[in-house]
Design a protein around this ligand. Sequence first.
Ligand code: DX5
Ligand code: ZN
Length: 219
Amino acid sequence: MKKLAPSILSADFSRLAEDVAAIEKGGADYVHVDVMDGHFVPNISFGSTVMKSLEGKTNLPFDVHLMIEDPDDYLEDFLTPATEYITVHQEACTHLNRTVQHIKSLGVKAGVSINPATTLATLDYILEDVDMVLIMSVNPGFGGQKFIPSALEKIRELAEIRRSEGLDFEIEIDGGVNLDNVQEIASAGTDIIVAGSAVFKTADIEDTTKQFVSKIRSV
Ligand code: DX5
Ligand code: ZN
């Protein structure tokens, strides 16, 4: 079953718990947590304390997306009973295999993400070790950007690699997803779909979430 992971980057932080309650009522599967350090990406978002403020306020698991340099130094900070995935960027890890093993040693699932200009080939020697691959369909750093169409080709190729090599990682996409393009994206082979502004910058977050969920479930 395909899953929806709304990104709280576009939520109203002054009422974060209410916004997350709305996506939970709407049927979302994860809370996508976008952490930006102002170095790896040209923006600063929030750290683990903001994520942890949601503990006990939602039953949704956390899908943590670290857009930060030296992620090994901060992995433990994002460990909560609700943390299901911690994803790091291939471009930010000098010793990617070591970082992936580090994440798994914490008892959570390990994801690796690649930027739009990074090839799938850079993941050749890590695919069998990861639980998820996150394909960026915008240059990371900001919500509300336009979907980069070449990400669809990457998703199709990655799904084919997974099939031919008999692997079983999840495929996630992140950036520029909206109600108009979500079905095409889901059909390309995506398992987990992130949407930020298209969910939270709407008048009725719960209803928008329901619309997303019904579109991806029908693919
Ligand atoms: C981009 C983040 C995304 C972003 C998606 O740097 O990783 O998760 O919040 O936002 P939208 O859906 O608005 O493109
Ligand atoms: Zn993200």
